[in-house]
Design a protein around this ligand. Structure first.
Ligand code: SAM
Length: 341
């Protein structure tokens, strides 16, 4: 049974394993101003033609349907790089108006590489954004430039400061840890967070890189990450809900860290999220092999009920979990930047 219909008219999207959809990740562009080596090739990315990218009105319509009619309570805007899309504060303004049927505002967040946040943090806050996650994989300028293929560390650090100053809290810094690249900076990131009251979130490297260079030996597991920090700044685990990060706080009270163990300890059993790509493909998992086209029916006049039916059908087919590391794992045809991380 994929849909639970309530008298209020809300249809909860429930999959065949009993998981209920609460979180919608919306990619608003596949373009990016960085070329992170584990995400995109240096050149030759094929961009989605502009007329195939959802308009702000189309994004708002889908978001409204999910929030008002299908049980979603949190929306994260992502990309590509969402801050390269023109007039982003306008879209944030439209989405920040959305409320759940019982009148609660949604948790509206943005995932960004931070390079444009210095200028944009305050306008985004003013438009109604609640919080940001900034992706940052090295605190060393040369290494940062090698990983992102852009010499932009000072801009990103200024962007993080601007986000904190604007009150886009809690600011989380997302670090993809790749063996041989940046595992020697795990403690540096912990200290960066302790000094600024920012939460670092360490992410295990996943097989979603555009050039297919992922291998299991490049994954630095959650246990190793926690042990490295605990040896210097003792940690204790914080009980947590359905969010994927396992959370740890410093025993001296100086804040907390998160670790997202997508590969070594998949959290698929608690997954409450679905995704919409920039061109309007609906996906129930980062690693899903199938996606469901929203854009064509929407542009051909589909009603909200018909779009809800597509979502319900897709969620009904959601699998138990991804198969990374298993013999039958198949890489998805889109990379992270094309899905929206
Ligand atoms: N440009 C935005 C940003 O930098 O946050 C949003 C999109 S980016 C694709 C989203 C996140 O995916 C980033 O934190 C990035 O580091 C992460 N990511 C990309 N490829 C990844 C991979 N192969 N494994 C793990 N995380 C990855």
């Amino acid at each position: 049974m994929a849909v639970v219909q309530f008298p209020s008219g809300v249809r909860l999207l429930t999959d065949s394993f009993g998981r209920v959809v609460r979180d919608l990740r919306i990619s608003i562009t596949d373009r990016c101003n960085f070329r992170c080596v584990y995400c995109m090739p240096a050149d030759g990315m094929k961009w989605v033609p502009r007329d195939e990218i959802l308009t702000f009105e189309e994004i708002e319509r889908i978001a409204r349907l999910f929030v008002e009619g299908l049980g979603v309570e949190s929306i994260r805007l992502t990309g590509g790089e969402p801050t390269v899309r023109a007039d982003l504060p306008k879209l944030v303004g439209l989405l920040s108006e959305l409320c759940t049927p019982d009148g609660r505002p949604i948790d509206l967040a943005l995932t960004t590489n931070g390079a444009k946040l210095g200028r944009m943090a305050q306008p985004l806050k003013d438009a109604g954004l609640r919080r940001v996650n900034v992706s940052l994989d090295s605190l060393n300028r040369e290494r940062f430039a090698e990983i992102t293929r852009r010499d932009a560390l000072p801009e990103v650090l200024a962007g993080i400061d601007a986000a904190v100053a604007a009150g886009l809290a809690p600011v989380k810094v997302k670090v993809v840890v790749v063996r041989g690249w940046n595992e020697d900076e795990i403690v540096d990131f912990a200290e960066f967070g302790r000094e600024r009251a920012i939460q670092p979130r360490f992410i295990e490297f996943m097989p979603l890189d555009a050039d297919g260079s992922w291998s299991m030996d490049k994954v630095v597991g959650a246990d190793e990450i926690v042990a490295a920090i605990d040896a210097v700044h003792p940690l204790e685990e914080v009980p947590h809900g359905p969010e994927p990060a396992s959370r740890w706080r410093y025993r001296d009270g100086a804040g907390e860290i998160g670790v997202i163990p997508s590969v070594t300890k998949p959290f698929c059993g608690d997954c409450d999220r679905v995704r919409l790509t920039a061109e309007g493909a609906f996906m129930t998992c980062l690693f899903a092999q199938d996606d469901f086209d929203f854009r064509t029916p929407m542009r051909n006049g589909a009603t909200d009920a018909e779009l809800g039916d597509i979502a319900a059908r897709a969620v009904g087919l959601k699998w138990a979990g991804h198969r990374i590391g298993k013999i039958d794992f198949v890489r998805p045809r889109r990379s992270m930047s094309q899905i929206g991380g």
